[in-house]
Design a protein around this ligand. Structure first.
Ligand code: BJW
Ligand code: ZN
Length: 240
């Protein structure tokens, strides 16, 4: 694929860049996406939007833990792919670079990205449902049975359907979106709000909007450039 010359110029000259990523960025590492490609994530017969929901957490916290424990086990051995590595290089390339992700797998950080705005939390943390104390579960660390501060149950520190995003996360991302010159949206179906609103914020503030995805999405029509293909193959073409 040839990178269009307008995009190439924007990429070479931009100072303030915002990247929004979704599950598609981790697909080439082996993490299943939620939607698209004919696959819908299902756990023991329950679609992911049922098991990953505020209602399920209320009704059956052990089932929610079982689903996230299974996914942590699965993700643990996976490594960042060419797309994660390329995006990590961009933080040195642009004077003001913001990486906003909907992914909870921690692969951007594993590739070396810093100050990642995680809109939907992180699968490697637990938090107390009452006092919001956090517990690290990375590198095989076991979470306590209950909160060590107050004794209440712990839950995965991820944002389920019907829940609010982490305090301040969307606001920080929206502020950066409103002031970026170039916004690159990679590997998201653009269906889940408020994350899917960020490209709209960037575009209405005058940013050049580019999407990288093998399939069209509802965001495609907003974009100045759509690069159809896999992130791991396309992102490195922007460099040269
Ligand atoms: C590749 C590729 C390759 C493949 N290279 N690409 C406004 C309108 C309508 C509804 C709402 C609204 N505002 C809020 C809502 C409700 C809801 C929502 O958006 N629903 C819509 C789905 C209808 N939003 C919420 O509930 C949010 N909370 C909220 O708004 O709070 C306020 C509120 C409170 C109470 C009531 C109402 C409002 C929270 C959303 C939390 C989302 N959580 C999940 C699960 C996290 C935990 C878990 O992992 O289980 O987050 S859902 C799931 O979707 C996950 C993802 O982060 C998120 C986005 O998915 P993503 O990343 O786009 O992945 P896919 O699979 O959808 O797409 C993959 C893409 O990759 C595809 O396009 C492929 O083509 C592409 N791809 N290979 C590049 N190699
Ligand atoms: Zn507590």
């Amino acid at each position: 694929m040839q990178i269009p010359s307008e995009l190439r110029r924007r990429f070479a000259e931009a100072r303030r860049v915002l990247v929004l990523t979704g599950a598609g960025v981790s697909a080439e590492s082996g993490v299943p996406t939620f939607r698209g490609g004919g696959n819908t994530a299902v756990w023991k017969g329950l679609p992911f939007d049922v098991i990953s929901s505020a209602e399920m957490l209320e009704r059956n916290l052990p089932a929610v833990w079982e689903w996230f424990d299974y996914r942590r086990d699965f993700i643990e051995s996976l490594t960042p792919n060419a797309a994660h590595h390329e995006i990590a290089l961009w933080q040195e390339r642009f004077p003001e670079f913001t990486l906003v992700t909907q992914n909870i797998d921690g692969l951007h950080q594993k590739a070396g990205s810093r100050d990642v705005i995680e809109l939907h939390g992180n699968i490697w943390r637990a938090r107390c449902i009452a006092c919001r104390s956090f517990y690290d579960m990375a590198s095989g660390k076991k979470r306590p049975e209950a909160c060590l501060e107050c004794g209440d149950p712990l839950r995965p520190d991820v944002v389920l359907f019907g829940e609010l995003l982490p305090p301040g996360a969307f606001e920080r991302a929206a502020e950066r979106a409103a002031s970026c010159e170039l916004c690159i949206v990679i590997g998201t179906s653009g269906l889940v709000y408020p994350a899917a609103g960020l490209p709209e914020i960037a575009k209405s503030a005058g940013a050049f909007l580019c999407e990288v995805n093998p399939e069209p999405t509802p965001l495609s029509r907003l974009c100045d450039e759509v690069l159809m293909g896999k992130a791991g193959e396309i992102l490195q073409l922007l460099r040269s």
